[in-house]
Write a new protein. Structure first.
Length: 280
């Protein structure tokens, strides 16, 4: 594939002002960052909502203004809600979010079989495209089983996540893990990578060169401690990010788009991204 889908997650679900002064937390800030990222080349918005205190929330009322703002100005952009790690609380949290009918939403494969079955049921009920979050080769193998069982409609889209607890590894270790995981994927699956830390640009370039796509999120390098504070945090296991020193998401998308250009790849338009996701 010669097209690269750039997904912008403007704020992630964990970082606060103490981590970086640039993180957008209010609805207006998140919308402004998102619109800038779209104008810079993002064709997918991976949406995390925050409450009045700037903390992650899955309350649908906080997603509504974000979804409406993006739909109003850029109706072709793919809107992907972040469901996050909701294992143990799927019945309580998932359906109210999917009722908003985003184009797609993250599907975390960490839940047990009973909850996973409920997730498939709810995604189908509301006609929301799942984007599967894969952290390990074991999860990739599990996903292949779900596809073989007919639980997943083509095209299949996967996001390969490097956990925060893995920060500090060498680029070779990250590269080996990525190659191992995508080795489980059939050729017709689409996949992206989400990675944080100093190896992030190299992993992004590697993903693009291999025919994958990239999800970014705004974090400022050097101001985040990927230590016990992160690995023991409530949202441990959430997607890490492609990290540069940037003041807004548009700068970040611009940098990754430049990587794609250097590798002779074209950045996908929102209409092309919708086709990749099987939305139109």
């Amino acid at each position: 594939m010669n097209k690269v889908i750039l997904t912008a997650a403007t704020n992630g679900n964990l970082w606060m002002r103490k981590d970086t002064p640039y993180i957008p937390l209010t609805a207006d800030e998140i919308i402004a960052h998102g619109l800038g990222a779209i104008e810079a080349g993002a064709s997918v918005m991976h949406i995390h909502s925050r409450d009045e205190n700037g903390c992650q929330t899955r309350d649908p009322k906080y997603f509504v203004p974000l979804l409406n703002a993006y739909r109003e100005k850029y109706p072709k952009v793919v809107l992907e809600m972040s469901v996050g790690a909701i294992e143990g609380r799927v019945a309580e949290l998932l359906e109210p979010m999917l009722r908003l009918r985003p184009d797609c939403a993250s599907f975390n494969l960490k839940s047990d079989e009973e909850e996973t079955a409920l997730m498939f049921e709810l995604f189908a009920k509301y006609n929301v495209k799942p984007v599967f979050e894969v952290f390990t080769a074991e999860m990739a193998e599990k996903l292949k089983g779900y596809v073989a069982a007919g639980l997943v409609k083509a095209p299949v889209f996967v996001n390969v996540v490097f956990d925060q607890s893995e920060c500090g590894r060498s680029f070779q270790e990250y590269a080996e893990k990525l190659l191992t995981i995508i080795g489980y994927f059939p050729e017709d699956w689409h996949w992206s990578v989400t990675r944080g830390g100093d190896s992030a640009p190299a992993i992004a370039a590697m993903a693009i060169a291999l025919g994958g796509h990239v999800r970014t999120v705004l974090i400022r390098r050097g101001e985040i401690s990927f230590s016990d504070k992160v690995t023991n945090a409530q949202n441990h296991g959430a997607a890490a990010a492609i990290v540069y020193d940037n003041e807004d998401s548009a700068q970040l998308i611009t940098r990754v788009a430049r990587l794609a250009e250097e590798l002779n790849k074209e950045v996908a338009t929102p209409a092309e991204a919708r086709a990749f996701y099987g939305l139109e």
